[in-house]
Design a protein around this ligand. Structure first.
Ligand code: GLU
Length: 279
């Protein structure tokens, strides 16, 4: 199968060094293998996405010398596709509506118990307040959560595994339930969450290889489960190490002093950027 990869930034701020690293890595591999490199805008969260950031992302990638294949996809135009996937999961009985606020979750998770509340890839692991079996029509305008235990049981999965840089990494079903839990797949004011939208987009673009930061490795276990539930192929994953500053601190996405545009204004060249990220 031809190598197909993508870069999927959220247009909520400028591209920084960490983004440049992911983008260059994916682009160069696609070009070296005669494959395809796609650019997608993860702008499902319209309360934070801004057109001027999308324009700057394109400008920065062009300046870095990266080219992409086909049109740029924007998540905000793809609600129907996400709804088809959500309806499928709903009809399988794996979703339930949840009206809990962040505050409700915090209070429930902090209620007296033996162990400290667990933090998963999306923050506090959901304590299950709204979890129930629902048989009516899929509701609109309310968050939908995946019943993690039921989802794993429906596929009789004892673990979730994927190929990471050529070797297999796995998470047991009990870790999926205890450390990740019932993740949100649709939000009240958004057609889909990051997890659902990225999985649908990767499948529709036939992505064979995903390159992104190692901070997303736990999210990938959720993505692989969703791929199996929805009957999609699972790509290979390459979670690269994160770009850190000289003190070893991870670069914040909002640290504008590390923005690619800032380096360009300061007279650095694309080769300097490649050297800074070790490529
Ligand atoms: N929008 C996500 C980010 O910028 C995409 C991550 C991914 O490649 O899945 O972190």
């Amino acid at each position: 199968m031809t190598f197909r990869t993508r870069f999927a930034p959220s247009p909520t701020g400028p591209l920084h060094l960490g983004h440049a690293y992911s983008a260059i890595l994916a682009h160069d591999q696609a070009r070296a293998k005669g494959g395809a490199f796609f650019l997608r805008l993860d702008d499902i969260d319209q309360s934070r996405a801004r057109p001027h950031w999308a324009q700057q992302i394109e400008r920065d990638l062009n300046w870095l010398g990266l080219s992409w294949d086909g049109p740029i996809w924007s998540q905000h135009a793809r609600s129907e596709q996400y709804d088809i996937a959500l309806t499928k999961l709903w009809d399988m009985g794996l979703l339930y509506p949840c009206a809990c606020s962040r505050k409700d979750i915090k209070e429930a998770a902090n209620a007296p118990q033996e162990s400290a509340p667990l933090i998963g890839p999306d923050g506090l692991v959901y304590p299950g307040t709204c979890r129930r079996d629902v048989t009516d029509e899929k509701p609109a305008d309310i968050a939908l959560r995946l019943n993690m235990r039921k989802a794993l049981q429906s596929l009789e999965l004892k673990q979730i595994s994927f190929s990471e840089k050529g070797s297999l990494v796995s998470k047991t079903a009990s870790s999926m339930i205890g450390e990740i839990g019932d993740v949100v797949l649709a939000r009240k004011d958004m057609a889909a969450s990051y997890h659902l939208s990225i999985v649908v987009d990767d499948a529709e673009q036939g992505i064979t290889d995903v390159m992104r930061g190692e901070d997303l490795q736990d999210a990938s276990f959720i993505h692989v489960l969703l791929q199996q539930l929805l009957g999609y192929d699972t790509p290979k994953y390459h979670h690269h190490s994160l770009i850190r500053d000289t003190q070893g601190k991870r670069l914040a996405k909002r640290d504008d002093s590390r923005a690619i545009a800032k380096y360009r204004e300061d007279g650095l060249t694309p080769q300097d950027i490649r050297a800074m990220v070790g490529l």
